[in-house]
Design a protein around this ligand. Structure first.
Ligand SMILES: Nc1ncnc2c1ncn2[C@@H]1O[C@H](COP(=O)(O)OP(=O)(O)OP(=O)(O)O)[C@@H](O)[C@H]1O
Length: 356
C-alpha cells in the first residue's frame, strides 16, 4: 500500500507544554483517515504541521516519499478546509474556486474547465455567479471543498469542517464527503472530536489523548476491541465494572466480577493482579431472551424512550447497575416498566477486559 503521509517521531512543544509527544504513524494513499480526540488532545496541531503552518519540534513528516521539513506551506501539495469556510466574500463562486488555480499559473481555458468540473462535483453548477453571502452554510462548505480540491492536492486536510452546520445537514454532508473522497481518490485527513462522525466516514481512525496515540485502527476494531479504557469510553457508550483478573493466557482472561459471577472472556493481555475493568456495551445485553451465556435477574430502575431505541438501567441482585439499549424494531417492540423484574443475558465473548 502506498504511503501518502508518514509521521516519524513527531513531537511539538509550545514553550514548556508538550502538545504532541513523539508520535509515528502512516496514512495510506487514497484513505479517509480521521484524527479523533477531545478538545486539546493535539489533533489540530498535527494537522497544522502537515499543512506547514507549524514546525515539528522533533521528527519528520514525509509526503509521498519526500521529506517536507523545509517546504513552505504554499509549496506543499496539501490543501485545508476550515470550519468557517474562509471563502473570499467579494468573489463569486467560480472566482473563489478559480483564484488558487490562477495563482498556480493555470491558463484561462484549463481553469474554466476545472472550475466547472468542481462546481459539478459538489452539485453547485447553477450557483456559479452567486456570492458566498447568498449561500447557506452547507452550500458555502461545498464551495470551500471545491476550491480546496480544484488544484488536485495530494492530500486534503479537513479541520472540523462540519461543526458549524446543524445536525441534519451534518449527517447529510457525511455521505457527500465520503462520495467526494471516493470520486477524487485524494487522501483525506479529517479532524473531529465527534466520534459518530469519525465512525461513519473513516477508513481508519487515530484516537488521540494528551498528545499521544491511544488507538489507530478501523472504526469496527476501535469500537469492538478498544485498546484501553479511554478509547472504550470515548467511542460509543459502555458499562464499566471493576474486576479482579484471576487468570490470563493467550486464549482467555478469567475474571471475578461484581455481578456475582466469575467468567472467562476473550484474551486481553491484562495480567493477574493488575488493575482492570470490564467493558460491556449496552446493546450487547438482552432482556428476557434466552442467550447462550450469562443470565442475571434484575429490576428496571430507569427507562428512557428514544423512539428507535429504549435505554434502561437495570439493577441486578448483586447490587451492580447495567445500562441496556434495546432497538425498537418490528420483532422487538416491548417496553419494560419501572420496577419490573427482568432477566438480563449476555455472552462472555462480548466482554472486554481493559487495563486502567
Ligand atoms: N500556538 C500555541 N501556543 C501555545 N499552546 C498552544 C498553541 N496551539 C495549541 N496549543 C495548545 O496545545 C494543545 C493542543 O492544541 P490543539 O489545538 O492541537 O488541540 P485540538 O485537539 O485540536 O483541540 P480543539 O478540538 O479544541 O481544537 C492545547 O492544550 C492547546 O492549548
Amino acid at each position: 500500500m502506498t504511503k501518502a503521509v508518514q509521521i516519524k517521531g513527531v513531537s511539538k512543544k509550545y514553550g514548556s507544554y508538550q502538545a504532541i509527544k513523539k508520535v509515528s504513524f502512516d496514512i495510506h494513499d487514497n484513505e479517509f483517515f480521521t484524527l479523533l480526540g477531545p478538545s486539546g488532545c493535539g489533533k489540530t496541531t498535527l494537522l497544522r504541521m502537515i499543512a506547514g503552518f507549524e514546525t515539528p519540534t522533533t521528527g519528520n513528516i514525509i509526503l509521498h516519499g519526500q521529506n517536507i521539513e523545509n517546504l513552505p506551506a504554499n509549496k506543499r501539495r496539501v490543501n485545508t478546509v476550515f470550519q468557517n469556510y474562509a471563502l473570499f466574500p467579494h468573489m463569486n463562486l467560480e472566482e473563489n474556486i478559480g483564484f488558487g488555480l490562477e495563482m498556480l499559473g493555470w491558463k484561462k481555458d484549463k481553469r474554466e474547465c476545472r472550475v466547472n468540473e468542481m462546481l459539478k462535483l459538489v452539485h453547485m453548477e447553477q450557483f456559479a455567479k452567486r456570492f458566498p453571502s447568498e449561500l447557506s452554510g452547507g452550500q458555502q462548505q461545498r464551495i470551500a471543498l471545491a476550491r480546496a480540491l480544484a488544484p488536485e492536492p495530494e492530500v486534503l486536510l479537513l479541520d472540523e469542517p462540519l461543526s458549524a452546520l446543524d445536525l441534519k445537514l451534518r449527517q447529510a454532508m457525511r455521505e457527500e464527503l465520503q462520495d467526494l473522497q471516493r470520486q477524487t481518490g485524494i487522501t483525506f485527513i479529517f479532524v473531529t472530536h465527534d466520534q459518530e462522525e469519525a465512525l461513519a466516514m473513516s477508513d481508519r481512525i487515530c484516537v488521540l489523548a494528551h498528545g499521544e496515540i491511544q488507538h489507530l485502527d478501523s472504526p469496527i476494531n476501535i469500537y469492538e476491541n478498544p485498546t484501553n479504557r479511554f478509547v472504550a469510553d470515548f467511542i460509543g457508550d459502555t458499562n464499566f465494572l471493576d474486576v479482579n483478573v484471576t487468570g490470563s493466557n493467550v486464549h482467555a482472561t478469567s475474571i471475578e466480577t461484581p455481578l456475582g459471577i466469575n467468567i472467562d472472556v476473550p484474551a486481553s493481555g491484562v495480567k493477574v493482579g493488575q488493575d482492570a475493568v470490564m467493558s460491556l456495551r449496552p446493546e450487547k445485553i438482552s432482556i428476557n431472551k434466552s442467550v447462550d451465556g450469562v443470565s442475571l435477574p434484575g429490576r428496571v430502575m430507569h427507562r428512557t424512550y428514544m423512539g428507535g431505541y429504549t435505554h434502561y438501567t437495570i439493577q441486578l441482585s448483586s447490587g451492580a447497575d447495567l445500562r441496556v439499549s434495546m432497538r425498537n424494531n418490528i420483532s422487538n417492540n416491548i417496553n419494560y416498566d419501572l420496577n419490573e423484574a427482568v432477566t438480563l443475558g449476555f455472552s462472555p465473548a462480548s466482554v472486554r477486559v481493559l487495563g486502567e
